[in-house]
Ligand binder design. Structure first.
Ligand code: G3P
Ligand code: CA
Length: 291
């Protein structure tokens, strides 16, 4: 009850109650005692087709502030939001373009991808959902006043994508201070990509997806603020070791773990002290960590 009341107050004031103190939200993580932030993985992808605008809205309907997505690039250089490097799992590309196997994202133009249905595979009620451009995606997240954990997916396939993403972020107002301060984190499985992003725009928070050896954490901390590992690879000692290192912005490294879709696992990783939980089912994880 106390936690729910505190969370409600925090949602209004941007602060969190600890005892009789009211601390800025940014101080919450530094205490190590805050409720983990819940991040909707590919949007609320348990309930809506992943990485679509509908999945953002579904997360918003579930009062989930943070959404995660995956960014790639089309043949004609448009940034789009999709997880797989091929189109066939989450669209009807095999019907629309039967002769274009293996249906790589990078082999299709934006106009071709715009023709695809990215919703029906999830359910008939989602027919007509599209693969969003990053521009469309950023606008919708902004419209909902949500926050974005953006993954650069397979950056080795898309030379220069970090600089291009920065140009798109600038064009859509996401390099303004209020966004960079606490509404945007860019992450990747590629350390090189995050090193590049940090060098190009040091103000942006970055994250490395993976579980580096503890001895290697100081090297990662030169260019990232977060270490974001699979939940199957961590324990309390690892989280403590990550927290003991200061990241690129001289604050302790944060830990967002993925992909946690059940209450028991959510409570287990929350007890480890993680800062965030990335989940397809944000309602399930929110309820679990509130309990
Ligand atoms: O954000 C963590 C998670 O998205 C990493 O894995 O394969 O779902 O992109 P994946
Ligand atoms: Ca991802």
């Amino acid at each position: 009850m106390y936690v729910r009341a505190a969370a409600a107050l925090a949602s209004v004031t941007g602060s969190v109650v600890i005892g009789v103190l009211v601390l800025p939200a940014a101080a919450e993580a530094a205490t190590g005692h805050g409720r983990p932030v819940v991040i909707a993985h590919r949007g609320a992808s348990a309930y809506a087709p992943e990485n679509t605008l509908e999945a953002i809205d579904e997360a918003d309907d579930l009062d989930t502030t943070w959404v995660e997505n995956d960014v790639q690039r089309t043949k004609d250089g448009v940034l789009v939001v999709i997880h797989d490097t091929t189109l066939n799992r989450t669209t009807d590309v095999e019907q629309v373009f039967p002769d274009r196997a293996p249906w790589n994202v990078r082999d299709f133009t934006a106009a071709e991808i715009e023709r695809l249905d990215a919703g029906s595979w999830k359910g008939a009620e989602f027919a007509g959902e599209r693969v969003p451009t990053l521009h469309e995606y950023l606008r919708r997240v902004d419209h909902n006043r949500q926050k974005l954990l953006m993954e650069i997916k397979s950056p080795e396939l898309y030379p220069g994508i970090e600089a291009q993403i920065l140009r798109q972020l600038r064009a859509d107002g996401w390099l303004r201070y209020d966004h960079v301060r606490d509404r945007l984190v860019v992450q990747s499985f590629s350390a090189d990509s995050m090193r590049t992003m940090h060098a190009l725009r040091p103000a942006i928070k970055t994250g490395f997806l993976g579980t580096p050896a503890v001895a290697d954490l100081p090297a990662y901390a030169q260019f990232v603020d977060q270490i974001n590992p699979s939940n199957t690879t961590i324990d309390a000692d690892y989280v403590r070791a990550v927290h003991a290192v200061k990241g690129a912005h001289k604050k302790r490294l944060e830990v967002n773990t993925w992909t946690v879709n059940d209450a028991a696992t959510a409570q287990r990783v929350a007890a480890f002290g993680v800062d965030g939980i990335i989940t397809n089912a944000p309602d399930v994880v929110s309820d679990a960590v509130d309990d």
